[in-house]
Design a binder for this molecule. Structure first.
Ligand SMILES: Nc1ncnc2c1ncn2[C@@H]1O[C@H](COP(=O)(O)OP(=O)(O)OP(=O)(O)O)[C@@H](O)[C@H]1O
Length: 273
């Protein structure tokens, strides 16, 4: 995709603080929700610490209900923590920021807009020419060229997630937060989407913080996998995945990293083990 590299240099880039290479820093973060009964409290996060470098792809895994989405929502500014700090691009998080985009599992695309209007949705400040160049670029990047005039109902689930990823990228975010973005897709589509996301990330070098319950997905995608403990959850392991991409899922390094995380989570790959 040489053409996209050239065009990319003309696309808007977000201003970032280059004095610190950390995009995200979380320190001593605690989160408690009120429980169902009067006076009851649900302790979800306990003393969470993590750092994400600018341009890094970090996956968060952990047991169901441990607080992965809660952590992402605090970092994304949708929830206020009980104590501790979340600092993004050098500033404490006080609320959602349009420079940081969420991609969820559920369909986030607008059903009443075509693919090109969905992708260009956040670009009303651009000239018509700029907007159509950016839209074309990202539609091409997610392999949806030819579907510009289609409506979401005419697309498969995987294609709709591609539209959402293109829309996220088109708005030139500093950071993309992804919460189980492929969770609703079938196995084969998931594999294809993972491979495509790795390619797109290598082209764009955005900071990505990606929540998944799928350990294999995390090891395939991430520079670093953060393993959370059961609730009240903390980061119990930060595992760098130093394997070149695209990753061979039969390689020793891949299998060793995957098994290390399974063991950390107290799981065995052996049936009946
Ligand atoms: N607004 C809320 N009020 C009360 N409790 C909440 C709230 N949001 C989340 N919780 C509780 O916090 C815990 C963590 O939820 P969260 O969705 O963050 O976990 P998760 O690790 O993302 O789960 P999963 O892997 O199943 O998606 C759960 O017990 C949930 O019921």
């Amino acid at each position: 995709m040489n053409a996209s590299v050239t065009l990319n240099s003309e696309l808007p880039t977000s201003k970032v603080d280059v004095t610190n290479d950390h995009a995200i820093e979380v320190r001593d973060l605690w989160m408690t929700f009120p429980g169902k009964r009067k006076g009851e409290q649900v302790h979800v996060l306990e003393n969470v610490n993590l750092s994400v470098k600018r341009g890094e792809f970090v996956c968060i895994v952990g047991p169901s209900g441990c607080g992965k989405s809660t952590l992402l929502n605090i970092i994304g500014g949708f929830l206020k923590q009980s104590s501790g700090t979340a600092v993004v691009e050098g500033k404490p998080v006080t609320g959602p920021d349009p420079k940081r985009i969420f991609v969820f599992q559920e369909n986030g695309v607008f059903p009443w807009l075509t693919v090109e209007d969905n992708v260009g949705f956040g670009l009303s400040d651009k000239s018509e020419k700029e907007r159509s160049e950016i839209v074309r670029h990202y539609i091409d990047m997610v392999s949806l060229t030819g579907f510009e005039k289609s409506y979401p109902r005419e697309l498969s689930g995987g294609m709709r997630q591609r539209v959402e990823i293109a829309r996220a990228l088109a708005s030139a975010p500093d950071i993309i937060y992804m919460d189980e973005p492929f969770g609703a897709l079938d196995f084969i589509t998931r594999l294809k989407m993972r491979a495509d996301l790795v390619r797109i990330w290598q082209e764009e070098k955005k900071t990505i913080l990606f929540v998944t319950h799928d350990i294999e997905e995390a090891v395939q995608l991430a520079d670093t996998v953060l393993v959370m403990s059961r609730r009240p959850a903390t980061v119990q392991l930060s595992l760098p995945i130093d394997i070149p991409r695209p990753r061979d899922l039969d390689s020793h390094g891949y299998l060793a990293a995957r098994d290390r995380i399974f063991r950390e989570m107290g799981m065995s790959l052996k049936v009946g083990g």
